[in-house]
Write a protein that binds this ligand. Structure first.
Ligand code: FAD
Ligand code: NAD
Length: 465
C-alpha cells in the first residue's frame, strides 16, 4: 500500500491551485485539490478577473452608445440599460468557466475534495470530515479583501461593499465613493461611472495605481478625470456611518488636518488584499508568516516546512492570476522532479479600463536606481490605428539600459494595452534590446506599431513624431 493517499494535495482551486493540479496530473502524479467554495476557479473566476471583465466589457458598450463615441462614427443610438440582463451575462460567463475547470479536473483525474482544509501535520490534512494524506501539500489559498477599520462591509445591504458586492449591485448608485485608487477601485469605479453613477475615488497616496510607472500614474489620473471620475488624493477615510441606504464618510488629509464628510449611497472598500491563512492550521505544522502575513518560499516554492509548498496570492509578489498560474505549473514540475521556472522580473500587469493600462518590468524610477538608462515615449495620438479608431489617449514608453540597450521595462496606455504588453513581455523574456523591437516588422495599421516606434525612439529616430 502506498505511504500516502496522493502524491500531491493542493489546497485551493484558484488559478494557482487548479492549474498546478492539472499540470501535476499531466505529469503522471496522483492529485487531489481541496476547495471550500461551491465552484472551482478561486477568486479569479468566481468574483475577480472574469466577472469584473464581464461588467467592464458590457459597460463599455453602454458607454460608447451613451457618451457619443458611437454617434461620432455615424451610429445614432440611445441606450437603455437592462442591468439584470448585464448581470445575467456576467453570471453566465462565470458559470461556464467554473464548470470548465470541473470538466478539466475530471478529464485529468484530479480528485476535488470539497471543503475547507486544515493541516493536522505536514502530510495530513483534514478536508471537512475527510482526512487526506499526501507526499507533498501545496498551499494555494489565495487572498481576501483587506478590511478597513471603521468601515464595515455588508455586501447584502449594498451600501458598503467590497469588490464582490460591487460586481453585483442591483441598481446604479447615484454616488459611489471608492476607497482606494488601485486596480479594483479604478476598474469597478469605471463600470459604475459608465452606467451613470457619480464616482469619487478617495486615495491615501498622492497618485493612483501604486507600483506603476509615474508617467502612467499621472496620465491615467488625467484620463479618468476626463471621463468624469473625481479624485480626492492624499486623503484618508477615518470613519463611516450608515443610516438606511445612505453612508456618511469622514475624511482627513493623509498628513493630518481638518476633517470633512462625504455622503454616498454606495461605498466600495478596495484598499488591497491579504493572504488567506486563517483556519489552515499552520500552527500545527509550525509554519510562520512574514511581516506582511505571507508564506515565504524558495525558488522551488518550498516553505520552511519539508513537504509543504506554497504559490499564488498567499506568497510574496504581485497578486495576479497569471503569476499564480505560472507558479502552479512550476510547482507541479518541481514536485514531478523537473525544473519549474517563473521569471518574476517579467510579469505583466494590466488594468482593464478604457483605455487599458499595462506594464512589464521596471518603472523608470526603479531602472534609474540601477544605472544609466535611455527612455522613449511614443504617443498613441501619432499611431494611425488609434487615431482612426478615435482613441487618441495614451502612449507607449520603452526603458532600456543605456550601455547594453537591453529593454528593462515597457509601459503602455492604449485601448488594447493588455494585448500589446504580451509582445513586450516576450521580448524581455528573450533578453531583447530596443533595437530588436525597432527592427521587427509590425503589421500596419495596428496599435502595436506604437511599441515599435517607441523602441525606435530609444535610438532617437521614430518616424511618426
Ligand atoms: P485564489 O484565486 O484566491 O483561490 C484560492 C482558493 O482557495 C479560493 O477559491 C478559496 O475558496 C480556496 N481556499 C482558501 N482557503 C482554503 C482552505 N483552507 N481550504 C480549501 N480551500 C481554500 N488578476 C489578474 O491577473 N487579472 C485580473 O483581471 C484580475 N482581476 C481581479 C478582479 C477582482 C475584483 C479581484 C478581487 C481580483 C482580481 N485579480 C486579477 C486577482 C486574481 O483574482 C488573483 O491574483 C488570483 O485569483 C490568485 O490566485 P490564487 O490561486 O493564488 O488564489
Ligand atoms: P491595490 O493595492 O491595487 O490598491 C489599493 C489602493 O488603496 C492603493 O492605492 C492604496 O494606496 C490605497 N489605500 C490603502 N489604504 C487606504 C486607505 N485607508 N484610504 C484610502 N486609500 C487607501 O489593491 P486593490 O485595488 O484592492 O486590488 C487588490 C489586488 O487585486 C491587487 O494586488 C491587484 O493586483 C489585484 N487585482 C488585479 C486586477 C488586474 O490585474 N486587472 C484587477 C483587480 C485586482
Amino acid at each position: 500500500m502506498a505511504e500516502y493517499d496522493y502524491d500531491v494535495l493542493i489546497i485551493g482551486a484558484g488559478p494557482g491551485g487548479y492549474v498546478g493540479a492539472i499540470r501535476a496530473a499531466q505529469l503522471g502524479l496522483k492529485v487531489a485539490c481541496a476547495e471550500g467554495r461551491a465552484t472551482l476557479g478561486g477568486t479569479c473566476l468566481n468574483v475577480g478577473c472574469i466577472p469584473s471583465k464581464a461588467m467592464l466589457h458590457a459597460s463599455e458598450f453602454y458607454d460608447a452608445a451613451a457618451n457619443g463615441a458611437m454617434a461620432a462614427m455615424g451610429i445614432d443610438v440611445t441606450p437603455k440599460l437592462n442591468l439584470p440582463k448585464m448581470h445575467e451575462q456576467r453570471v453566465d460567463a462565470v458559470s461556464g468557466l467554473t464548470k470548465g475547470i470541473e470538466f478539466l479536473f475530471k478529464k485529468n483525474k484530479v480528485d476535488w475534495k470539497k471543503g475547507y482544509a486544515s493541516f493536522v501535520d505536514a502530510h495530513t490534512v483534514k478536508v471537512g470530515d475527510e482526512t487526506v494524506t499526501a507526499r507533498e501539500v501545496v498551499i494555494a489559498t489565495g487572498s481576501s479583501v483587506t478590511p478597513l477599520p471603521g468601515v464595515e462591509v455588508d455586501n447584502d445591504k449594498q451600501v458598503v461593499v467590497d469588490s464582490t458586492g460591487a460586481l453585483e449591485l442591483a441598481k446604479v448608485p447615484e454616488h459611489l465613493v471608492v476607497i482606494g485608487g488601485g486596480v479594483i477601485g479604478l476598474e469597478l469605479g469605471s463600470v459604475w461611472r459608465r452606467l451613470g453613477a457619480k464616482v469619487t475615488v478617495v486615495e491615501f497616496l498622492d497618485a493612483v495605481l501604486p507600483g506603476m510607472d509615474d508617467d502612467v500614474r499621472k496620465e491615467a489620473a488625467r484620463i479618468f478625470k476626463k471621463q468624469g471620475i473625481e479624485f480626492k488624493l492624499s486623503t484618508k477615510v477615518t470613519g463611516c456611518t450608515v443610516k438606511g441606504k445612505k453612508a456618511t464618510l469622514t475624511l482627513e488629509p493623509a498628513a493630518g488636518g481638518a476633517a470633512e464628510t462625504l455622503e454616498a449611497d454606495c461605498v466600495l472598500v478596495a484598499i488591497g488584499r491579504r493572504p488567506n491563512v486563517e483556519g489552515l492550521g499552520l500552527e500545527n505544522i509550525g509554519l510562520e508568516l512574514n511581516k506582511r502575513g505571507q508564506i515565504e518560499v524558495d525558488h522551488e516554492f518550498r516553505t520552511a516546512v519539508a513537504g509543504v509548498r506554497a504559490i499564488g496570492d498567499v506568497i510574496p509578489g504581485p497578486m495576479l492570476a497569471h503569476k499564480a498560474e505560472d507558479e502552479g505549473i512550476a510547482v507541479a514540475e518541481w514536485i514531478a522532479g523537473q525544473t519549474g521556472i517563473v521569471n518574476h522580473d517579467v510579469i505583466p500587469g494590466v488594468v482593464y479600463t478604457m483605455p487599458e493600462i499595462a506594464g512589464v518590468g521596471l518603472t523608470e524610477a526603479q531602472a534609474k536606481e540601477k544605472g544609466e538608462i535611455k527612455v522613449s515615449k511614443f504617443p498613441m495620438m501619432a499611431n494611425s490605428r488609434a487615431k482612426t479608431n478615435h482613441e487618441p489617449d495614451g502612449f507607449v514608453k520603452v526603458i532600456a539600459d543605456a550601455a547594453t540597450d537591453r529593454v528593462l521595462g515597457v509601459w503602455c496606455i492604449a485601448s488594447v494595452a493588455g494585448t500589446m504588453i504580451a509582445e513586450a513581455a516576450l521580448a524581455m523574456e528573450f533578453g531583447a534590446t530596443s533595437e530588436d523591437i525597432a527592427y521587427t516588422c509590425h503589421a500596419h495599421p495596428t496599435h502595436s506599431e506604437a511599441l515599435k516606434e517607441a523602441a525606435m525612439g530609444v535610438m532617437g529616430k521614430p518616424i511618426h513624431v
